[in-house]
Design a protein around this ligand. Structure first.
Ligand SMILES: Nc1ncnc2c1ncn2[C@@H]1O[C@H](COP(=O)(O)OP(=O)(O)OP(=O)(O)O)[C@@H](O)[C@H]1O
Ligand SMILES: [Mg+2]
Length: 258
């Protein structure tokens, strides 16, 4: 069995973060492990509290995982504290895992920046170089490229700017577009589109976490970047379409689709 590690925040309501990642891993028949960078108090209606794990304890968790059950792929999600980013960078240097997917969780659903500018800089300059693929959504791609994205041409432009900076595969997710949910991948300088209809379902809590974890699972299972994204997109589309409707706000996906 392949082993996949997520380094991310906990969502006590189970729809996003670590909880979504572990469910996604199980659905992909890989062994899941988790390093929790923060506890959040949240549910389908919003995020009400964040309690960051001390960086030293993130380090201790990473030493425990990497010295024992070495992962075949690593997904990195919410890390908002510079010291924790530095710690993760040190640990990645120490252990050199392969197949690293970074979901740069930078902007909240309501549009505000979750990290200060210094932490964004740290993420881009120090952590991104380890990634085999990064998966910004549209607001995050706007922040990283410094251009406004209003069309598919803009997605390509932004993707190229980011790709030129960090030289790794970039998947810009189209979940925030008006009429479609088309995702665009730049991989080894080629452009690929993964087109999907926009599903009329407000229950999309945790789509980004789920997609990046599915990509990490597929990489662990030996698929290349292109196929890993293609299969992950199919998985997340099915999980949204399944129409699970839980909670009073934007509910979670159904991860139990095999
Ligand atoms: N209504 C929808 N219909 C179909 N696909 C969707 C829909 N919403 C999101 N997606 C897909 O879900 C995946 C995640 O994209 P999205 O842009 O929602 O990421 P995100 O904003 O990072 O998510 P999160 O809010 O979990 O952080 C992408 O493949 C996107 O195309
Ligand atoms: Mg996201």
């Amino acid at each position: 069995m392949k082993k996949v590690l997520t380094i991310a925040g906990s969502d006590c309501s189970g729809g996003a973060g670590i909880q979504a990642d572990l469910k996604t891993f199980t659905a992909h028949k890989v062994y899941g492990m988790s390093i929790i960078t923060a506890l959040t108090a949240q549910n389908t209606t919003g995020v009400y509290g964040i309690f960051n794990t001390p960086a030293e304890f993130v380090k201790q968790q990473m030493d425990c995982v990497f010295s024992d059950i070495f992962p075949d792929a690593v997904k990195i999600g919410m890390v908002s504290v510079e010291k924790t980013i530095d710690t993760i960078v040190d640990m990645l240097n120490k252990y050199s895992p392969k197949n690293i997917v970074i979901d740069p969780v930078m902007i909240s659903t309501s549009g505000s920046l979750l990290l200060d500018k210094n932490a964004v800089n740290c993420l881009v300059k120090k952590l991104f170089p380890f990634a085999n693929i990064i998966t910004p959504n549209i607001p995050e791609a706007e922040e990283l490229s410094n251009i406004k994205i209003l069309s598919s041409d803009d997605m390509i432009k932004a993707g190229q700017i980011i790709h030129n900076q960090i030289k790794t595969a970039v998947l810009i997710k189209g979940g925030h577009l008006e009429n479609t949910a088309d995702d665009m991948l730049i991989y080894e300088s080629n452009i690929y589109w993964f087109k999907a209809e926009k599903i009329n379902n407000p229950n999309t809590h945790g789509t980004g976490c789920t997609l990046s974890s599915a990509i990490a699972s597929n990489l662990a299972n030996g698929y290349n970047i292109y196929t890993s994204v293609k299969l992950a997109k199919e998985y997340v589309t099915k999980a949204i379409k399944s129409n699970l409707n839980l909670g009073k706000g934007n509910g979670p996906l159904n991860h139990c689709i095999f």
